[in-house]
Design a protein around this ligand. Structure first.
Ligand code: CA
Length: 560
């Protein structure tokens, strides 16, 4: 009792945001409506809020409360975190703490980069957000450092280098703190690298473990790589994993094998395009499931591994689900790694389906020809049925909301020669990136926001968009689903019908990850805006020319 009283007195004198977040706080993050403590709005990455002040009726009166400039012209894909009235957000070049109610900047700590840094980044100069734990803000940097800042002051507490970035490694991922360990992934599969997941001590930065996603000779799975191909085998880990605190298991998606040209690395190429179930304390792999063996198509399986407890054949089941870039929606038993369902949620022509017994795709001649070096029309394109942009899952409606991509592309493998620090893909990039939707060359909607039944992959509704959406999705108990457009509109949809209820022009393309929280009886929604991600870099979509860059954070609430 005395200790409690002292703690209360101490807390009263600390400035807002200064109290330390515990492992328990993080574990309860999904139900904590006052804070946004986790990437993905909860360890389960469901991006679902029980808040209802913003609902199907009131959303029409949603208005901006404040706007905060990032002073940065890159793609803004970072997810804000909120703790005790302070909002923590990152760009590639800075970490910032902002008063969540007023938008007033409390501190800003810049990242100092060596001038050659941007050269080694494949798909946008970005950062996807921070992690909070024990009074510290953790982030990664493009030159492959992991940094801990004091949440109160922004001052650096520790900084650790993961690897020399110059041969093609970069970090954009938001760290995950699980069982007190700071876990980070890394990018670089397009540069002939061999990638990994790291664990760091939260207090000191001490390196605790490294789990390679491509095994060395003699390690489990090494027989899936011929010769020395494992050395440039890729397997990046650029999106934050989910965590089940009861099972003490982290679920982390693994990227594509390198090079794209599959003929040079005959075999399954474990653990590329897989999900790894890991022990957060040791990095030990508990089980793995591979989505796309011997993948020629850059079908990174990094995108979020959403955890939910759903009924499968009438039986409550702990699952991990994934709207995979290869076009199939997977539901897997997360205690065992057993596949429960896999159905296409977009047009797919490289596989007829997924064999539920083996988990392996049933190949069509498209992938057979592609591996043999012939030119094919590929659906979905190498950007996938969905790229990195995270889905939301409404546990009450049992529906996943995903910004899906609706275009194919011409694909042709060519020889690849490894040169340290250069692109190493083995794909003819001169063939163009977008395949016309119809045979007569007309271009229909290139994307849909879809409400997907996880067990069938079928859409309950779909909201088309001429230009594909590359923002994260947020679902709420108010029956409102938030998403954003590359043309700048932040949008709200009816969760049951897909009817568009509201939108607001943010001034640049929305590629951020919306979040919501409640402070002093008001529900707020925040999203970053700022164009410059993978579609704007590679699609050649002329319509993007009229969209100005310029990163900022918008916060909205319902007008009383
Ligand atoms: Ca990739």
């Amino acid at each position: 009792m005395k200790r409690l009283l002292i703690a209360a007195v101490v807390a009263a004198f600390l400035p807002a945001g200064a109290q330390a977040q515990t492992a328990q706080d993080l574990a309860k993050g999904a139900g904590d409506t006052k804070n946004v403590l986790n990437y993905g709005m909860g360890y389960n990455l469901q991006r679902y809020s029980p808040l209802t002040q913003i609902n199907k009726e009131t959303v029409k009166r949603l208005e901006p409360v404040w706007n905060y400039s990032y002073d940065d012209n890159r793609s803004e894909e970072s997810q804000p975190l909120v703790y005790n009235g302070v909002l923590y957000v990152t760009t590639n070049s800075a970490t910032m703490a902002v008063d969540a109610k007023t938008g007033h900047q409390l501190w800003k700590t810049k990242v100092d980069y060596p001038p050659e840094t941007p050269r080694i980044v494949c798909c946008g100069i970005i950062n996807r957000g921070a992690a909070l734990y024990d009074g510290k803000v953790f982030r990664t940097t493009l030159d492959a450092n992991v940094v801990a800042l004091d949440a109160k002051t922004g001052k650096e507490v520790w900084k650790q280098n993961a690897i020399d970035f110059k041969t093609g490694y970069s970090m954009t991922v938001a760290p995950l703190v699980a069982d007190g360990v700071v876990i980070t992934g890394i990018s670089g599969a397009e540069f002939g690298t061999r990638l990994f997941i790291d664990g760091w001590d939260a207090a000191t930065g001490k390196h605790l473990w490294r789990t390679y996603t491509v095994p060395a000779p003699g390690e489990a799975g090494s027989d899936t790589w011929p010769g020395d191909t494992w050395q440039h085998g890729g397997g990046s880990t650029w999106i934050t994993g989910s965590f089940d605190p009861e099972l003490h298991t982290v679920y982390w998606g693994i990227g594509n094998p390198g090079p794209f040209n599959a003929a040079v690395r005959k075999g399954d190429n474990l653990y590329t395009d897989s999900v790894l179930a890991l022990d957060p304390k040791t990095g030990k792999v508990k089980w793995h499931f591979q989505f796309s063996p011997n993948d020629p198509f850059d079908y990174d399986s990094v995108a979020e591994m959403v955890l939910a407890d759903i009924k499968v054949n009438g039986k409550p089941t702990k699952v991990v689900m994934d709207a995979n870039r290869n076009g199939f929606f997977y539901v897997i038993d997360r205690t065992t790694g057993k596949l429960l369902a896999a159905n296409n949620y977009v047009k797919v022509n490289w596989a007829k389906g997924i064999d539920l017994k083996t988990g392996r795709p049933i190949d069509t001649d498209v992938i057979v020809k592609a591996r043999a070096g012939e030119k094919v029309e590929l659906w979905p394109s190498i950007l996938g049925g969905k790229n990195w942009e995270p889905i939301a899952f409404d546990p009450h409606r049992g529906v996943a909301y995903a910004n899906t991509l609706n275009f194919g592309m011409p694909y042709k493998a060519i020889p690849a020669e490894y040169k340290a620090g250069d692109w190493y893909v083995g794909m003819d990039l001169t063939q163009g990136w977008i395949w016309p939707k119809t045979a007569d060359g007309k271009d229909g909607p290139r994307g849909y926001l879809k409400a997907i039944d996880p067990m069938t992959g079928k859409a309950k509704w779909e909201a088309p968009s001429d230009m594909p959406r590359f923002s994260g999705v947020l679902a709420t108990a108010g029956g409102v689903v938030f998403s954003g457009q590359l043309t700048g509109e932040f949008e709200a949809f009816d969760a049951d019908t897909g009817h568009k209820l509201w939108h607001f022009q943010t001034g640049s393309g929305v590629e951020g990850q919306p979040v919501t929280w409640e402070q002093d009886g008001v529900q707020y929604v925040a999203v970053s805006t700022g164009i410059g991600g993978v579609y704007s870099l590679f699609s050649g979509d002329e319509r993007l020319k009229g969209i100005p860059a310029g990163g900022s954070l918008w916060v909205f609430a319902v007008r009383k």
